[in-house]
Structure formats: C-alpha cells, structure tokens
Design a protein around this ligand. Sequence first.
Ligand code: ADP
Ligand code: ZN
Length: 740
Amino acid sequence: MAVPVPGLGLLSYRVPDRDRPPPKGARVTVPLGQRTVLGCVVDPQATTPDLATLRDVVEVLDDEPFLPADVVDLALWVGEYYAAGAGDALAVAMPPSARRAEGGGFRTVTVATLAASQSSAIVGDTPRAGAAKQRAALEHLSKASAGLSLPVLRRLGIGGDVVRRLALRGLVTLSEQIHERDPFALQADGGSGHFSLAVTASPDRPLTTEQQAAFDLLRELADARQFRTALLHGVTGSGKTEIYLRLARYVLEQQRRVLLLVPEIALTPAVAGMFRLAFGERVAIQHSGLSEGERHDQWHRIRRGVVDVVIGTRSAVFAPVANLGLIIVDEEHESSYKQDETPRYHGRDVAVMRGRMTEALVLLGSATPSLESSVNADAGRYTRLRLTRRVLDRPLAAVRIVDMRAEMAQQGAEVALSQPLIEAIGLRRARGEQCLVLLNRRGFATVMFCRQCASSIECPHCSVTLTFHRAARRLRCHYCNYTTSIPRRCGECGGEFLEHSGVGTERLEEELRGHFPEARISRVDRDTVRRRGAIARVLAAVARGDVDILVGTQMIAKGHDFPAVTLVGVVSADVGLGLADFRAAERTFQLLTQVVGRAGRGEVSGEAIIQTLYPDHYSVRAAAAQDYATFFGREIEFRRAMEYPPSVGMINVVIKGKTLEGAMADALDLVTRVRQSGLAARVLGPAPAPVAKIKDEYRAQFFIKGGNRRRMREAIMGALEARPDLRRKTLVDVDPNSVT
Ligand code: ADP
Ligand code: ZN
C-alpha cells in the first residue's frame, strides 16, 4: 500500500471482510494518524508476521485496478531512483482529481435522447398548448442521434424541468453518461485557443534520403518489439516531426499505441497539432492549459483504451496507456522535462525506463541532444540516427557574432541593441520580412541601485535583487513574486538618486519602438502571457504576418516554424554563462542553436545576429557554426575534468533552515553521516546555496558525486533516517538539472 505522504515509504494495512484482496493498482482509503487518506494498493499479497497490529483499510474504492500494474511499477521505480517516497511517486501517476479521497470515479452528466418508439412521429405532433419549449426540445433532440446533455440544452434555452416533464411523458429518455470535455471543442467557441496555429496536412510527400534512412532503421527497431532507445539527432528544420508521424502511423497499424512527450505544448503547438490532424479522435492531448476536469476526463478515456496516441508534457509519461509500442520524447534536451518538486524525476529518463518495462521503442529527438543522451549513443546504449541537412536543402542561417565589449566602449555600458542589429532589422523591415529578437531576461531593468551608496534593492525574503517592471511601476522578485512600489529614497543611506541598470525584455521592446516607430511589435515573456491562451494568440498573429518584430524570452526560441522570419537577433547570448551552474554552457549552446534555427525556414534564406560579451566562448562559437560535435567535445572534456554529470552520477542535497547557521550545521551533520557510511563517493560541502535565501528560508547545500547512484542514494537516505527531524527540511535531487 502506498500513501501520498511526503517521505513515507510503503505501509501495510489489513483488508477485513473480503473474499479476495483488492488488486494491485486499486485505490483504498486508510487511516493515517488521525486522518483518513487515499492510498494505492502496491502488493495485495503482502504478508507480515505481526498481522494483528495492522490497522484496517477503511474502504476499498476499486475492484479493478485503477492504475495499470505497469504504471504502478514505473511509479515505484521513480520513487526509489529519485529518493522520493513511493506515495509521492504514485501521486503523480494519478489523475489530478483522484488524488483526493473524495475525488476519483467518473464525472457524469445527464443526457437526454428521444425515446426510441417516438423518434419519428414526434416532431410534427403538437404537445399541449403552452409547451413551445417542449416542442423546441424535441426538435433539437430529433437532430441529435446521440442525445444532448442538460448543460447543452440549457444553452439552447431549454431548462431541466422541461426535459424532465418530457421524460415523465415517456417522450425522452434520460441517462447518466461519462462527461468528456474535448479540449478542441472548446476552441471552436474561442476557448483556450492553444492549437489555433494553422497546420497543413501533407501526408504523402516523399521523404528526403536522410529521413528515409532514419525511418527505415526505426521501422526495423519497432518490428523487433523489444525495448530499444534511438536518438534522432537532426539539425533544426531537418524534418524530425515528419519521422515521428510516419513511425507513429506504422506502430498504430500494428495495433500498438504511441506516447509522445513534448516540453511544453503551449509553446510548441505544431507537433501536437500535426498529430491531431493525422490521427484525429484517436489522440488525447494533455497540457497545462486544461482544467482539472478536462484532464480527468482524458485520463479516463486513455484508461478505457479509447485513445491510441497520448501527447503530453512530462507527467504524461505516467499515462495509463496499455500496449505501448512507441514512446517519443521530442526536444529531449529540454530542461522542462525535469520536475522541480518531489519527486524530482526527469520525464525523458522515466520514458526510457517505461520503454524498458513495456518492451517499447523509445525515440529521443533533438537538434542539440543532451550530453547524457549523446554519451549513451556513443557508448552504444542508444542507436544514433543523424539528419544533417535541412529539408529541401534550405541553408542554415548565416550567423554574425557582435562583440558587445566594442559596442559598449562606443555607446556606453547600457546599450541594448548594437548598430549591426539595428541596421539588419531596418533592412528586413524595408523588405517586409519578420524579425525575432530574443533576450532571456524579463522585466525592464534587472537592478535598481542607489547612486550615492551603490547598494541595490534586494528582496526582503530572498537573497536576490528586485527587478524593475516599468509598465506595472513596481519592483518584483522573480523568486517569490514579492512586489513593492518604487521607493523614493535609498533604504540604506537615504540617498535620493535611484537608478536602474541591466536590460530586460520590457526595456528592449521600448527601445525597438523608439527605433522602429511604425513597426508592429509584440512581446512574449512570462509577464505578457499570464493569461491562458495569450501565447497562442501572439504566435498565431506572427504566423499570419500581423507582427513585424517579435520580442521575447526563450519562450520564442522553441520549435516554432515561422517561414517569414528571416532575421533572428540575440540581444545578450551570455545571460546564462555567468551562473555558477555546470550546465550553463550547454544551455547557452542549446538556446542559441534553437533560436538561430528559427531564421530562414521559408523560401528566403535567414540571418542571425548574436550579441555577446564572450565572443570567443566555445558555446557561442559552436552555436554560430551549428557545430554540435565541436561543442560536445569541449563540453564533455570540461565535465570530465570537473567531475560533473554525465561523467559522474550526482545528487544535490539542500537543507533549509530559519537561519543560515542552523541550515549549515544540519547540513554538516548529514555530510558527516554520509562520509561515515563508508560510501565510495565524493561528498562536497556543505556550503551556502548560490541563492542562500528564498522565501525567508536559508539554504545550505552539498553534493555527492560518484559512480553508483544506488549506494549514494542509500547513504543519504540512511543519514536522514538517523535524523528524521531533518526530513521535511531536506531536498534530495538525483541527477540535478542545476545546482543553483
Ligand atoms: P525539425 O522538427 O527537424 O526542426 P520540421 O519537422 O519542423 O523540422 O520540418 C521542417 C519543415 O520541413 C516543416 O515545414 C516540414 O513541414 C517540412 N518537411 C518535413 N519533411 C519534409 C519532406 N520530406 N518534404 C518536404 N517538406 C518537408
Ligand atoms: Zn523574493
């Protein structure tokens, strides 16, 4: 039995008064302390010598497995590998509304249909006088063979009382049906609009030679019906999506199902849209824009086997799909596959494990594979497939690197747009072509500081400076969302001259408007797209040609296919490089390669301009040349020399406390215990975390690095067992994405 309580392992309960125990995957409610909580049966046959001391299950909710057994196994693996409790891991595998004890089950809706014997005769027949509503209802129902639900009838102006009267007269049959909200149906009435981008079907165009070779090999791997992982490494615009589609169709033809993971659907609607177009009703799409109810419905459709293709973000890796033949992870290098709360799993790695457990083919796709996947391919664990050319041999964008040190020497330190970038935008504007300008930093200015004492304004709850948001006229913390009005005087010295520096997207947009007053400019960052569907609207406007210049954070760098964008400008390529993060160079390389890949995907060839303070950094140079091999060689050398993943396994442990001293002391105690466990691994730290305070909690941190993750995990879990008081204050992150 597993219960979703942080840090708790499996618990045993007795099932009274039943012929047979509830099956693995069934939900039960059980007593825990003073509460009754929802649990999931993991081992129905479990026996224990002290049966008499066990507490009884309160209620068995399912006679059939609610979670399929293989999903239970996958979740248990996640719980163990990522050092989370089995309960936490099973909770992510459950549909959202089933996590609460009172939730679960189907949501039903009352549907009215014409009574069978009446259906032909009724419409012309006039019911009693004053019953126009009833007549209208019958007329509507006569056209809807599957019936109409009460909410729909209500929208047509027909209330439930009218329908019930018809039912009493035997003219209408009422039934309870499972209510499904089709997220696509919502769009028709201007709902979330996530997939409003035009996607055109072109199923039968010939594959390029490279595509064909990759597809043939993948087909062979699929035919083997065994676990295998393939890495599709194809430059941007090389037609990876086309391969996903064909392979999915091939697997579906063999009566097996397909799971497609994408980093974030709202940002990359094209892939999902194309699958929907190709496979129609057989596709279920799970994304963050769906309401809890919509997700719940989809989960049950998948569970019932109505759906053959599931598309979703990382948590969809737990979708209850039976008979999986293919799992695709698009943009496998994306950091959003890693969950940053317990269980801290990596969707890609869990996908590979699911493929192993279900004998499915796993296909990882990227233009810039993660170092992890590349190393696995080099070692022969994954099959590497290369697409080195763009479809139709469209050239990759010509890239120019602008040294911002020189620009700053000429124009001052606050310059955002270099002369070459301004000129290039002007040129494209004159030709009526679109430009995309990227800056990975939102807000107007990144710091406000006092000219008298030079102190900057920090968040009172976090050890970071506040960002100046001009439109909102406020300062905001990007860690805890604390906001405050702009002070008149310096809080430290009372000085009256507060200045701001550092450029964010808000200021960039303003500068662009200054240079190009007649251009239609749109901005996409977390400040402008808070509202549901906002991103899709802007992206659709860009696709229609209603936007001349699109400004934004990395949100605009992803897999969009805008044929009319011919110029991409990167305002400061090095935002990430200053961070004390071992993946900084990899992230920079990936982001630059992706964004450069946005230029010139149509008829007109593209151009990219990268502004940077580090024009010689290998991640910038390799991205400009779209040279993955050179980047990989340099980066893997760095990781080996510094003992960072993937050359070692790593666990990041963060201990929180009310004071930094307290957190450091607790961390030191855990470090000592881990060292004393005789673990053959390096333990580094403790030290204050790079951001030492977040939301009023101080954070100390240490790392364990070594070859044997299981031993490393056991050592830290053992230390925590000896200090149960620290369990709630400690974050254990296996295979961390970042260490900041
Ligand atoms: P990637 O995902 O590798 O960046 P896409 O799958 O988006 O590349 O393909 C780039 C463009 O090429 C898309 O517009 C796509 O429709 C088109 N395309 C893909 N395969 C072919 C093909 N065999 N023939 C013609 N056009 C293709
Ligand atoms: Zn804060």
